[in-house]
Design a protein around this ligand. Structure first.
Ligand SMILES: [Fe+2]
Length: 252
């Protein structure tokens, strides 16, 4: 059994349904939701792309593998942000409460390294070996995505419950703001490209209103430009209407 298969078997034995309520049932600030929706969306897209990749055309193969590399870099950055800001906060007030997701992150780092090696193997292989290496990479990526989906469920239920039990919403927002401030501008722009179209219109409007209230007007214009480029015409109209409505409500 390969390390990834062994890991998948262990993961599937773990209870999938968390006993804690999901964020949608609670009116507390959900620090995980936007970035997780963005990452779920990219993981799903890259998995489908890896499955249909033409390994016989080097330019197509390399373009897909470059997008996989980017996904893995984003996943690595994301878990580092969670370790540094969210796990630290949880452990500070509830020692041991972040232990499971902390351990998951170590497994994810090892899986990211294995996937990078698998991608290198695809790049090096030719003929039938390239097909076999591509299929192996696709299956390993599927397991990684599946494990991440389960992991995010634990974070959005159990870790959110820990944060909400130990911190006020103002404090949770403070943790979020410190995390966001640590992200370099270029990475932040990329994350917004992922997050904005992945949210439901009401969630998107709420996030953008918060950003408008918390940043200089010129910086918010840059955020709006990213949103406009990332959204369909229909969703952009909904967002513009929500922002205008909030402004006119504030004026009255
Ligand atoms: Fe995580």
């Amino acid at each position: 059994m390969s390390p990834i298969d062994a890991h998948a078997t262990a993961t599937l034995r773990r209870p999938v349904v968390s006993p804690m309520p999901l964020a949608a049932e609670a009116p507390r600030h959900d620090i995980y939701l936007p970035i997780h929706k963005g990452l779920r969306s990219l993981m799903a897209a890259i998995l489908v792309e890896a499955g249909s990749m033409d390994w016989q055309v080097p330019a197509e193969r390399d373009a897909t593998l470059a997008r996989l590399d980017e996904l893995l870099a984003l996943c690595r950055g994301h878990l580092e942000h969670e370790n540094r800001f969210l796990h630290t906060a949880i452990e500070q007030r509830l020692p041991g409460a972040a232990a499971q997701t902390e351990a998951d992150h170590l497994e994810h780092l090892a899986a990211i390294d294995r996937l990078r090696s698998g991608a290198d193997e695809v790049r090096r292989a030719s003929g039938d070996a390239a097909g076999a290496a591509s299929l192996a990479l696709y299956r390993d990526l599927a397991v990684f995505v599946a494990e991440n989906f389960l992991h995010m469920q634990v974070e959005e239920s159990r870790n959110n419950a820990s944060l909400w039990a130990a911190y006020s919403d103002a404090e949770v927002i403070g943790i979020h703001d410190a995390l966001v401030a640590s992200i370099p501008p270029q990475e932040m722009s990329r994350l917004l490209q992922l997050i904005v179209p992945a949210l439901a219109p009401a969630e998107r409007a709420q996030m953008m209103l918060g950003m408008r209230a918390g940043m200089p007007a010129a910086a918010f214009e840059d955020v709006l430009a990213i949103a406009r480029a990332a959204l369909s015409g229909r969703d952009w109209s909904k967002l513009r209407a929500a922002l205008a409505e909030n402004r006119s409500a504030a004026a009255h």
